[in-house]
Ligand binder design. Structure first.
Ligand SMILES: [Cu+2]
Length: 293
């Protein structure tokens, strides 16, 4: 029995060591992230984890001790008169109250700060679609869809592509949400068809995108980098295939990116207009078809 237990623990450790780097990168906790909100949220999560662990160890230790110490086989007998202790009742009521009160301030801060989206430098309309995201950089004329990156589209089509590696296979997109560093970014979130949820732990945003209403969120990334997230609300068949990537770049690089996008949008618009004019010019109208003479 003991040998089997040791073998199981060793096998689990070996499995853990052999797992792809992606799990250790994402870890088992929230990421420290890239904003002034994600760091405290990460720290608070760690504190709560250890508080829960301490409570669990204490409670289970008492339970296990009681089971072993007062087991039937050593002649333990149930007490006939259960002594009432007011002091014990006060203590076991006060301890949870103290723990709850001590967690209220950091918890409230972690909830209130991300909800205050005043003074944004830029606003982006985020629309959830089945099964992709649409980003509209309000007031700039730049908007685009963001879908699962093409090399990774294979898993949607059975059988699973054998060339795929587990690393970030479903966490990359064709067009990431590009954001300048050290800038207050306001997101306005809505859904086009079903409830979606825009969730990127590294920027501490986890907001529902609901058809018919607009939710608000904000973040200010303080580190450049690529941060991934996923849709967090079961929204239909391909819910697992609509990842999110936020790419935080320097302000100069962002200005260049935006200028290039605007130029491309303008060129596409004028190209479309030319195409419409050309099509109307060469397409015979219904009247000309109906009356050939
Ligand atoms: Cu979804």
């Amino acid at each position: 029995m003991f040998n089997r237990l040791v073998a199981t623990v060793l096998a689990a450790a070996a499995f853990g060591a052999a797992r792809p780097a992606v799990s250790s990168e994402r870890g088992y906790s929230l990421p420290f992230g890239a904003t002034g909100v994600s760091g405290p949220v990460h720290g608070f999560n760690i504190i709560l984890f250890w508080a829960c662990a301490a409570i669990a160890v204490t409670v289970f230790s008492v339970i296990v001790y009681s089971i072993v110490r007062f087991r039937n086989s050593v002649g333990a007998l149930p007490g006939k008169t259960a002594p009432h202790s007011t002091r014990a009742e006060v203590v076991w009521t006060l301890i949870p109250v103290v723990i709850l009160v001590a967690t209220v301030i950091p918890a409230a801060r972690a909830l209130i700060v991300p909800d205050n989206a005043r003074g944004p430098a830029m606003s982006i309309m985020v629309t959830g679609y089945q099964w992709k995201w649409h980003y509209d950089y309000l007031g700039t004329g730049v908007s685009f869809y963001s879908t699962l990156a093409a090399p990774y589209n294979a898993p949607q089509l059975p059988p699973l592509a054998s060339s795929m590696t587990p690393k970030d296979s479903l966490l990359d997109v064709d067009n990431p949400l590009v954001i300048p560093v050290d800038t207050n970014v306001r997101l306005l979130l809505t859904g086009n068809d079903a409830r979606h949820l825009w969730s990127v732990p590294d920027v501490a945003v986890d907001k529902a995108a609901i058809p018919g209403s607009i939710n608000e969120a904000w973040f200010k990334a303080t580190r450049t980098g690529r941060y991934s997230g996923q849709c967090g609300e079961l929204c239909g068949r391909d819910h697992a295939f609509m990842p999110i990537v936020v790419e935080v770049i320097s302000k100069q690089a962002y200005a260049q990116w935006l200028a290039a996008k605007r130029a491309a949008a303008k060129a596409a618009a004028s190209g479309a207009a030319v195409a419409v004019i050309a099509t109307t010019a060469i397409t015979p109208t219904a009247a000309t078809i109906a009356t050939p003479f």
